[in-house]
Every structure is written in C-alpha cells, then in structure tokens.
Design a binder for this molecule. Structure first.
Ligand SMILES: C[S@@+](CC[C@H](N)C(=O)[O-])C[C@H]1O[C@@H](n2cnc3c(N)ncnc32)[C@H](O)[C@@H]1O
Length: 256
C-alpha cells in the first residue's frame, strides 16, 4: 500500500481523536512508567498520553514514515520507532500498550493482541479501539463501487475491504485467560460532516486508501466521483445542509 498521508488524516483531527480520549478515560493506571502508542499516526493519540501521564516515558510506533515525520515534529521529546506491529515485540515490558484505530489494519490481529498481552507485566494494560463499521453504507459502498465501472474485475480489490470484526465474546474468550479484567464496549459516534464531499475526504485518509491504491491512477478521479454519488444518495443532508456520519467503534481495555 502507498504511504499514509498525515495531512489528509488530520483534516478531521478532533473527530478522529475523540475515541482515543474515550479509550484513555477507561485506562485504570495511575503511574505507568513506560507507555507505547501502537499505530501512533501523526502523534495525536500520543499527545493525549503525554498530557495524562506527564511523568511516564511515552513512545510511539508506526509503520508509516510520513506519519512518523509528523509525530516527531509534534512531540520532539518523545521517541518514535518505525516498525510493523505484526512482528514487533517490546524490548522492555511496558505498563501500557495503547492502540487507537490501528489493529483493524493488522492481519490476524487477534493473535497479535494475545501475543502482546502475554508480554505485559502483572497489572499491565492493553487498550484498543477499532472501527466496527464494515456494515455501514460508507464502507459497503466502497466494495459496491469497486465492483462496477471500468475499474472492476481487478484482483487487487480482493483484499481492499476490511473484514468484519469478530463479536465481543470472541475477544473476551481470547483475552480473559491471560487477564484479571477485560472491559469491552461499543460507542456509536455521529460525526457532523459539512456534506457528502467531507465523508469522501474522511475516508480518503483511511478506509478508501486500499481501494484507491488498487484503481488505475488514470481512473481514480472517476472512481471517487462514483463513490461520492453513492454517498450523496445514502447520507441525506440535514436541515442545515450537513450530514451525519454514523460510526460504530469497539473498545477493549484488558488488564494483565
Ligand atoms: C487510523 S491511524 C491512527 C492514528 C492515531 N493512533 C489516532 O488515534 O488517530 C492508523 C495508523 O496505524 C498505522 N499502521 C497501520 N498498520 C500498521 C502496522 N502493521 N504496524 C504499525 N503501524 C501500522 C498507520 O500507518 C497509521 O498511522
């Protein structure tokens, strides 16, 4: 996949950071010494960790050079490392692994969650948030649009759509054997967007990326126009002209 764009991602920074705030609010630690922000992106989630735990050493990890550049500029005192969560293990066991909006991108993420949790010390916490929105029109329409038009019949689309998350029971059964406590919950956000175009811009910074990578560059604008037309049909404007982007998200706070 092409690299992430920190600039595109941060166009909706307030809305995108809110789940991190909600996740962090449930982390039951008072004095963690070492915190690692997995999939730290441009440092927005890392900054929250630094603010809440000013005495801790906070590190960020991401696989995207573009995101890491932005994160280092934003938080010059923090250490940021380039690595793939799928294969990475901490050199020193951290007290908190924080992962907002990243594990949905990690193949076989349930096994990785369990492995990382097993490496935490007693009382250590793994805090995770993943979008649970694959059934929402905005996501389903990506595959629908990909299946019609001159860009269709393209094997690269096969892996573009994210798989549905497993139900909470699956995560509970997976993690509880190595935890004293597993806290699981969903939140449905309704992000107020300026219009259907803003919904498309939002997903250009996340879920649309694998689709746009798969489309022939000469057809990308047409693909986006077709997607916008479908979004416009499915997300009707409210009385003030804005649209609500319904966005379910799944949260886990697991304590070793
Ligand atoms: C949606 S952003 C989340 C950014 C930030 N944590 C936040 O709360 O807004 C997802 C980030 O995960 C990173 N990422 C995706 N897959 C990864 C992997 N396998 N290993 C490390 N980072 C990954 C991407 O580069 C991107 O910066």
């Amino acid at each position: 996949m092409t690299d992430w764009s920190a600039r595109q991602y941060l166009r909706f920074e307030d809305d995108r950071t809110r789940p991190s705030r909600d996740l962090l609010a449930q982390v039951p630690l008072t004095e963690p010494r070492l915190i690692i922000d997995l999939g730290c992106g441009p440092g927005n989630s890392t900054e929250l960790l630094v603010e809440r735990y000013p005495r801790a050493e906070v590190m960020g990890l991401d696989s995207s050079p573009n995101m890491l550049r932005q994160a280092r500029e934003r938080l010059p005192k923090c250490t940021f490392i380039e690595a793939d969560i799928a294969t990475w293990s901490p050199e020193v066991a951290p007290d908190l692994l924080f992962a907002n909006a990243v594990f949905q991108w990690v193949p076989n993420h349930r096994a990785v969650l369990r492995r990382l949790l097993e490496g935490l010390p007693e009382g250590g916490v793994l805090a995770v948030q993943m979008p649970d929105n694959t059934r929402e029109p905005a996501l389903a329409l990506m595959s629908e649009v990909a299946g019609k038009g001159p860009w269709a019949v393209n094997a690269a689309f096969d892996d573009a759509a994210r798989a549905d998350l497993a139900p909470p029971e699956t995560y509970y059964d997976l993690l509880k054997p190595v935890c004293t406590r597993v806290d699981l919950w969903h939140v449905i956000y309704n992000h107020v967007m300026a219009g259907p175009e803003a919904v498309v811009e939002w997903f250009k910074g996340s879920g649309l990326r694998p689709f746009l990578d798969a489309v022939d560059p000469a057809l990308r604008e047409d693909f986006l126009k077709a997607y916008l037309a479908q979004i416009t049909r499915h997300y009707s404007r409210r009385n003030d002209g804005r649209v609500l982007l319904k966005f379910p998200r799944f949260f886990i706070v697991a304590t070793r």
